[in-house]
Design a protein around this ligand. Structure first.
Ligand code: CP
Ligand code: NVA
Length: 317
């Protein structure tokens, strides 16, 4: 599989086989790191990490993943560069593309990351926009594979804000990989019709089932319950309204009992607001798998960089 030179903006751009390849590479890189074996496939490569929003997991994963493979990461916050303020995104992209070998972008409008990819001429990786969070979903799927040994045929129920970046990317990824996905949200927070239609197309190919519902009973039979914050970064002003409409969708003991399954796991992309989207008790009960999921960000993000930018002959994988 050759993904060299490709950007990673949304999972829409990647086939089921390419996603499987990235997950296998991540598993391999994880096993190597656990044995203390690091690679050098990014030796001589400089990587720009643009963060217009804060980050713990994504920033650290790109930084450590890059250094583990012999590359040099450079963190650029919104206070450090002119991106979109004093200098257009197109010009910043052309400058950074001359200096760096790859660019990670976390920010607001998805079109910003598209412009960076279009004008920089180097691979651009989406570390979260208002619309999508594709690297997160690779870590989620690696964790599910570790837990269940497969993805196809699992039932994943996403509970909460069904139209945020994580929800959108989970819907895309699940429908591509043959995971049966239920989006459980109040109607006002359902994913867009356009995205659902696109994903129904992927689901026809993969055999996945997509259900969009506001009925809590839909958690029945879930292998995975997944939730995320009720207010994403940039939406803080909406908190009061969100808490009101999402309260019935909290992941708590009562909701977990409705799955009717003993082996259901809970995933959360983190950071979590305990007491809102998930109770303290449920979070702690599933904290091992949730922190596996957080750790898996590094292995999957490393896989994306190695696959799209790495020198295969230098790679340990
Ligand atoms: N899940 C995730 O992207 O975490 P950070 O915001 O800390 O990067
Ligand atoms: N939906 C959340 C995800 C954080 C990783 C946000 O955008 O803030």
């Amino acid at each position: 599989m050759n993904l060299k030179g490709r950007s990673f903006l949304t999972l829409k751009d990647y086939s089921k086989e390419e996603i499987e390849y990235l997950l296998d590479l991540a598993k391999n890189l994880k096993e190597k790191k656990k044995k203390g074996i690091l690679g050098n496939s990014l030796r001589g490569k400089n990587i720009a990490l643009i963060f217009e929003k804060p980050s713990t997991r994504t920033r650290c994963s790109f930084t450590i993943g890059c250094i583990d493979e012999g590359g040099h990461p450079e963190y650029l916050s919104r206070d450090d560069i002119q991106l979109g303020h004093k200098e257009s995104i197109e010009d910043t992209a052309r400058v950074l593309g001359r200096m760096f070998d790859g660019i990670q972008y976390r920010g607001y409008a998805h079109e910003n990351v598209e412009k960076l990819a279009k004008y920089s001429n180097v691979p651009v990786w989406n570390g979260l926009t208002d619309s999508y969070h594709p690297t997160q979903i690779l870590a989620d799927f690696l964790t599910m594979k570790e837990q269940f040994g497969k993805l196809e045929g699992l039932k994943l129920v996403y509970v909460g804000d069904g139209r945020n970046n994580v929800a959108n990317s989970l819907l895309i990824g699940s429908s591509k990989m043959g995971i049966n996905i239920t989006m459980l949200s109040p109607k006002s927070l359902w994913p867009s019709e356009e995205l659902v239609e696109t994903c129904r197309g992927y689901a026809r190919d993969s055999g996945s089932e997509i259900i969009i519902t506001d009925d809590i009973e839909a958690v029945k039979g879930a292998d995975v319950i997944y939730t995320d914050v009720w207010c994403s970064m940039g939406e803080e002003a909406l908190a009061a309204d969100r808490i009101k409409i999402l309260k019935p969708y909290q992941v708590n003991d009562e909701l977990m009992a409705k799955t009717g399954k003993a082996h259901t796991i809970v995933l959360h992309c983190l950071p979590a607001v305990k007491g809102n989207e998930i109770t303290y008790e449920v979070f702690e009960r599933f904290s091992n798998v949730i922190f596996d999921q957080a750790e898996n960000r590094i292995h999957t993000i490393k896989a994306v960089m190695v696959a799209t930018l790495g020198n295969t002959e230098n790679s340990q994988s």
